[in-house]
Every structure is written in C-alpha cells, then in structure tokens.
Write a protein that binds this ligand. Structure first.
Ligand code: ATP
Ligand code: MG
Length: 394
C-alpha cells in the first residue's frame, strides 16, 4: 500500500507548490524533519527539499520563475529558496565520496535511494512527493517512527566514523522521540565517544545546547554520562550535577517555568564562577551567555535569596534561573518591572555631601531600599533623612 503524508498546513502552501512547479514536480521531494514531524503530528519548523537537479540548475529554474535564491552551501549542493512562507533549503541528491569524521567530500547523484543512504537515521530519510504526498521510505523509517526507534541507516559504527557529530545527533533525537534504546547504536556511541574530541567546539556546543533545550533531557543526559559520552564534552558533570539537573527539571515543572538550556547547563557544572567561565569559553558561548552562566554559578542553597533583590542585582532572566537552581519559585518576577532607585545623586549634593560621600550615601540608601522590598519615593526620602542624621550623630 502506498503511504501518503497526511495534509498539514505547510503541505498546502502556495509558495511551496510554486517552487515545485519551477523545478518540475518530479524533480523535488520534501525530506527530513518536516516529513518526520508531520507524521508525528508535531509542529514543523523548517522545510528541506531534495532534488536531482544541480545547484546551478536549481538557481536558474528559480530565477525563471521569479523565486529568489541564495547559494548558502553551494559546495555541498545546497541552495536556499527565499519563499514568502520562509526559506527552504534545496539540496542536490548526493552521496559521500570520502569522510574523515569531521567533514565529507560529496558527489552529486541521480538516485533518491543513494541520497537517503547518506542520511543519518531511518526516520530522517523519508521523502515526500510535493503533489501526491506519496512517501518514499527506503530504509524502514516509517516502521521505526511508529516504534519511536532512532536507528542509524546501516552500521552505527561505520556511520559514526564517517561523522562523529552523529553521536550527539543520536542522543538528541533519542531525547526527542526515542522510546526503546537501540543497543547497537548505544554501544557504538559509547565506544566512539572519544572521537568527538576532534570536532569543532561550536558544533559540539550547538548539539549539546539543543539537547538541553528539549522538554526533558535529564534521562538522556544521565545515560550519556553513564555511557562515557558526556565526560568527553562536559567532564564537569558528575553524579551530583546529574541529580541537580533532575531536580531543576522537576522545579521547572512545578512552577511552570520555561526550560532554558543555559540554566540546565548551569545545573550540570559545579557552582563555581571560574568553572562556569572556563566551560563557557570552551563551548564558545556568546559574551551574553558567558556572563549569564557565570552569574548562574552564584546560585547557592542560600536561605531564601529574595527574588526581587536577585533580579535587581542580576537582571530578571538570570535571577529566574538562579531561583530555579535553588528550587525556588521564579513567578514573583513575572510581572515585576525592575525599578530605578527614586533618588538622584544631585539631591544628595544639595544636602551638602560631595565627592565619594555622595555615591557612598546612594549605595547605603539603595541597600536599605532593596532590603525593604523597593518602597516608593516618599520612603526613600525618609531613608535618606535617617542616613543623613546617622552621619551627623556618629
Ligand atoms: P530538526 O528538527 O532538528 O531540524 P532535521 O531532521 O530537520 O531535524 P537537520 O539538522 O535540519 O535535522 O538536517 C536535515 C536532514 O539532513 C536530516 O533529517 C538528515 O536527513 C540530514 N542530516 C543532517 N545532519 C546529518 C548528519 N550529520 N549526517 C547525516 N545526515 C544528516
Ligand atoms: Mg531541519
């Protein structure tokens, strides 16, 4: 029986139909995540397409049809078509000529099955005809999807030797869709884990953060550690950090908080600023994320860091993360706008203070204002009076 993709919002898109017409409907099939996620009934992010046409032919055909393109990865056959509904990557059918675990030399091909064979998992190698929505499944991907099985196409060892990043992709898809473990894949990942040392840190970090951003990465992360995969990329994560991640996920659920990858990463490393900084540098995190991770490392089982005081000194996002890390409720911060101290240095100058005394006085009043939970200006002026008279009497 021919399997057909159920209709989804994107399968009805006029701009995608126009792209198919431009290339010739027999020359293009949707492939990868969009097909897989539609079959699972999950929302679809971006659409990938495969074609036997060469990249130059794709650009030419699009140009004739008035579709703008960008040669985003022309060396390995990818052209991005800029459609009204969003960009679509159109990649020429290909097979790997040689691989070294980090990059592949590819040759263009004519055969859909050959193109499917170079993809990573059976569930990622399902193709769909743009007009009939007929599904082409060369390696049992439909059955695996049904069983929520993340299975390498071919021998897991060989496929990982071709591209070491597939270890992390395996765990990411496992964490997203996997039910039963694929023992052969698990063993291959464990055995070849050290090969990940040769990968670019950016690529490793992107995969790790993508795993951490999933709804519940804790069981997968725990397994990655048990299998010796996590220690290669995040040796800082010991038993107590794995437990901290589990607690964090539970806390997020309890307070209906958004699960943020960076906060989860903070749970996975010792709460020491220096460690956070070196992990952030190693993972090539952005400046902003680096600062945030260092700030999150300040989270302690403090006897009740007041949420608003935390937000005032570290910003709302970081404060919410720190609260979650100590098992506290970040919701008091949700609708709270961080206020400015309703007192200006000039007002203190008018009262006769000068130089360093002005900022010292400002800091004193500010500290008490925070302690009293951010009262209004009237009380702040009162606090100033109290501090001024303390000054004259002492
Ligand atoms: P996501 O929802 O995460 O985007 P996706 O399946 O679309 O999932 P992409 O990384 O966007 O994943 O890649 C698109 C497709 O390209 C995959 O479905 C897979 O067929 C193929 N692919 C991507 N990376 C690899 C890889 N490292 N090895 C083999 N095939 C890959
Ligand atoms: Mg994708």
């Amino acid at each position: 029986m021919t399997e057909v993709l159920p209709k989804a919002g994107w399968t009805q898109r006029a701009d995608l139909a126009a792209l198919a017409t431009a290339l010739g409907a027999q020359n293009i099939r949707w492939v990868g995540g969009a097909v897989r996620d539609t079959l699972l009934g999950h929302p679809v992010k971006d659409i990938d397409a495969a074609t036997p046409l060469r990249p130059e032919q794709v650009m030419e055909a699009c140009k004739t049809a008035g579709i703008r393109t960008v040669p985003t990865g022309i060396d390995h056959g990818t052209i991005t078509a800029l459609l009204d509904g969003g960009p679509v990557e159109v990649t020429t059918l290909r097979h790997d000529v040689s691989t070294d675990g980090r990059r592949a030399t590819v040759a263009f091909a004519q055969d859909w099955r050959e193109d499917a064979a170079r993809r990573d998992f059976t569930i990622n190698a399902l193709y769909v005809d743009p007009q009939t929505l007929e599904i082409f499944d060369y390696f049992g991907g439909l059955e695996d999807l049904e069983a929520r099985r993340v299975r390498f196409i071919g021998d897991p060892h060989q496929r990982i030797r071709e591209d070491h990043l597939r270890i992390l992709r395996y765990y990411r898809f496992q964490a997203r869709f996997g039910a039963d473990l694929d023992e052969a894949a698990e063993e291959a990942c464990a055995e070849l884990a050290p090969t990940m040392k040769g990968l670019s840190r950016e690529r490793v970090a992107m995969e790790l953060m993508a795993i951490l951003a999933l709804p519940d990465p804790a069981p997968t992360i725990a397994r990655m550690r048990a299998r010796g995969v996590l220690p290669v990329i995040l040796p800082e994560a010991g038993t107590s950090q794995i437990a901290a991640l589990q607690r964090l996920i539970e806390t997020e659920a309890r307070f209906e908080a958004e699960g943020r990858a960076l906060v989860r990463l903070a749970a996975l490393i010792p709460a020491v600023k220096g460690v956070a900084e070196s992990v952030a540098a190693r993972l090539r995190l952005s400046r902003k994320d680096r600062d945030c991770l260092a700030c999150l490392a300040g989270a302690r089982h403090a006897d009740g860091d007041a949420p608003k005081a935390l937000a005032y000194s570290h910003g709302g996002t970081c404060a919410a993360g720190r609260l979650l890390l100590i098992g506290a409720d970040p919701r008091p911060l949700e609708d709270w706008e961080i206020p400015d101290l309703p007192l200006k240095g000039g007002e203190i100058v008018q009262r006769g203070l000068s130089g360093a005394d002005v900022s010292r006085m400002l800091r004193k009043v500010e500290a008490r204002w925070i302690e009293e939970d951010f009262p209004g200006r009237e009380r702040v002026l009162g606090l100033l009076e109290e501090e001024l008279s303390d000054r004259t009497t002492s």
